[in-house]
Design a protein around this ligand. Structure first.
Ligand code: ZN
Length: 293
């Protein structure tokens, strides 16, 4: 099943234009807020699977009203260098035990279709990623049990301003990846059972129709289950938490010559079996941000 955040209310998606309001259909047992549905995910999923969809009241689903399927996670965990071709283009060795791990601060999250203001004097880059949304709390989760902790998958963009990302004496990633609108997620959460092979999904993105990234999640160095096991060896994963799983090759900073997003460019991002995101970039307002130069 697919669960959308429609104006802050959880919707069971029937098709691209219709959904069932979860709070209404469950007489207030679940929702309306997406956070509360994620908080009681296992109970909710059992109820939703037993729901008589044909006998339920459907309402219009409007794409412009979609927000992030997990709009306010307590933790966002993002990993880098999780595809070997991307590690190579970035000039780094492939990680063997743990990928580089950072956060995108929660204020950078948006829904799937947005205008994004480019930072002042920035080098703003694209990174298509498969996003995992956690549905069950866990610490030291065994790899064999990891998928049971996943509520669903979504498409994500780890938009990254490379100057502030790489600034300073020690590498720090989180600020350059957390400007407003830098973490679009959506268009909805898709439960893992919906995929023929949840570990092999095509993903990519294009700028004004030109494909710049194309990959498959079977090439992840640490696939979803392995990532959950390795991250939860340290962190307690909580319902609603969001994991950005890393980007395949084809980012702008790894190109020769380098290429970065320009005002009025349109970035389209897709993940097979999930859907797409659409970002339209607008010119900087010339107010210095974390990149103060
Ligand atoms: Zn990334």
């Amino acid at each position: 099943m697919k669960i959308a955040n429609h104006d802050g209310r959880s919707l069971l998606v029937i098709d691209e234009h219709h959904g069932i309001d979860i709070a209404e259909a469950s007489d207030g047992r679940f929702g309306p807020a997406p956070e509360s549905v994620l908080q009681s995910w296992d109970e909710f999923a059992a109820w939703a699977r037993a729901l008589n969809v044909e006998g339920s009241h459907a309402i219009p689903l409007e794409r412009a009203r979609l927000g992030s399927p997990s709009p306010a996670p307590r933790q966002i965990i993002a990993v880098g260098l999780n595809y070997s071709a991307h590690a190579a283009e970035s000039g780094f060795d492939v990680p063997d035990q743990l990928p580089p791990t950072f956060t995108k601060f929660v204020s950078s999250i948006t829904g799937p279709d947005t205008d994004v203001r480019l930072p002042h004097n920035g080098h703003t880059d694209w990174e298509v990623e498969l996003v995992v949304i956690i549905g069950r709390e866990g610490h030291r989760i065994a790899e064999a049990d990891a998928w049971d902790h996943v509520a669903g998958l979504a498409a994500g963009q780890d938009i990254s301003e490379r100057i502030s990302q790489l600034q300073g004496p020690a590498p720090q990633f989180s600020l350059g990846k957390s400007f407003p609108g830098f973490a679009p997620i959506g268009p909805w959460l898709v439960t893992p059972d919906e995929f023929e092979n949840r570990d092999d999904l095509a993903l990519g993105c294009s700028i004004d129709g030109e494909t710049v990234q194309e990959g498959r999640t079977r090439d992840l160095i640490f696939p979803v289950a392995s990532l959950i096991a390795r991250l939860s060896a340290t962190i307690t994963l909580l319902p609603g938490d969001v994991i950005f799983t890393g980007t395949p090759a084809g980012v702008g900073v790894g190109r020769s010559p380098q290429r970065f997003l320009q005002p009025e460019e349109r970035l389209r991002t897709w993940v097979e079996g999930i859907g797409e995101l659409n970002q339209h970039f607008i010119a900087s307002d010339d107010q210095p941000g974390s990149n103060l130069s």
